[in-house]
Design a binder for this molecule. Structure first.
Ligand code: ZN
Length: 264
């Protein structure tokens, strides 16, 4: 982990926004876990790009391949394999744009995801193998966003499985002992960044990376078609940042699971 000077704001227990004079946290290795190709780009890509620029290695885990992401009436179930391939390629291009070198697809079924023990075990294995300092997920409690969007159940399922893979499964030796038998040793994640939370307490300044976020999102051509997401992404980020003195921001609830800091 390295420390770089940056503006960071937080909220005290009464909800008051307070500038934090401490230096911003930049992990050395982070893992982003999301249900579908494009989830990461719509939500946390500005933060990941910043971390990459600071020297962080980011591992991107996509639980499904997004193969249900079409309402074209001329297409049937035989289109799913083709769409999965297309969307995996789009995600890999998006990650290349963000400077993410490692992308892992778990091939769970899109639209039918549940927070099962096998999924938690798969995520636990990855966390133990890659040993991220930080894991970035959605909010498993998020049912509704605004008046118009019901959170996709796959988002909640991936977030819940990832949450409990972070704690307790990754760090507890005698959970999933089949992993131990494979030589996969426990690992303790230091911080969990949860986006889409109603209780955000940390705002990351993405002014320098919002352009990269938008170009990464544009790689998801099968989902965006001719639509240019630039205006909407800038509006969202501006909305997140405006009360915190930031032009563009991404908001998180941050769980600090270990205060132990490696200043190397
Ligand atoms: Zn999604």
């Amino acid at each position: 982990m390295v420390w770089l000077t940056a503006v960071l704001f937080s909220q005290d227990e009464s909800g008051k926004i307070i500038p934090m004079n401490e230096k911003e946290y930049f992990p050395k290795r982070a893992m982003s876990i999301h249900a579908h190709p494009d989830d990461q780009e719509f939500t946390v890509a500005g933060t990941l790009a910043r971390w990459v620029q600071s020297g962080c290695e980011v591992v991107s885990v996509i639980v499904t391949s997004g193969e249900a992401g079409s309402n074209d009436p001329s297409r049937g179930s035989d289109f799913k394999l083709e769409l999965a391939r297309m969307r995996e390629a789009e995600q890999s291009s998006a990650n290349a744009e963000l400077g993410i070198l490692e992308t892992i697809f778990l091939h769970y079924p899109d639209g039918e995801l549940e927070p099962t023990l096998p999924l938690r075990r798969d995520l636990t294995r990855l966390i133990r193998q890659y040993k991220p300092e930080v894991v970035v997920i959605g909010d498993p409690q998020g049912l509704f966003y605004g008046n118009g969007y019901i959170n996709h159940p796959d988002h909640r399922a991936a977030a819940q499985a990832a949450l409990y893979a972070v704690f307790p499964s990754s760090e507890t030796r005698l959970i999933f002992t089949d992993l131990l038998a494979d030589g996969v040793e426990p690992h303790k994640v230091k911080r969990l960044y949860v986006h889409g939370s109603e209780k955000s307490d940390t705002w990351i300044d993405i002014a320098s990376t919002i352009g990269i976020k938008i170009s990464a999102l544009k790689k998801h051509v099968s989902q965006l078609g001719d639509w240019d997401p630039k205006k909407m992404i800038r509006e969202w980020a501006s909305e997140e940042g405006k009360e915190h003195g930031l032009e563009y921001a991404e908001a998180y609830k941050v769980m600090i699971l270990s205060e132990e800091e490696d200043r190397g």
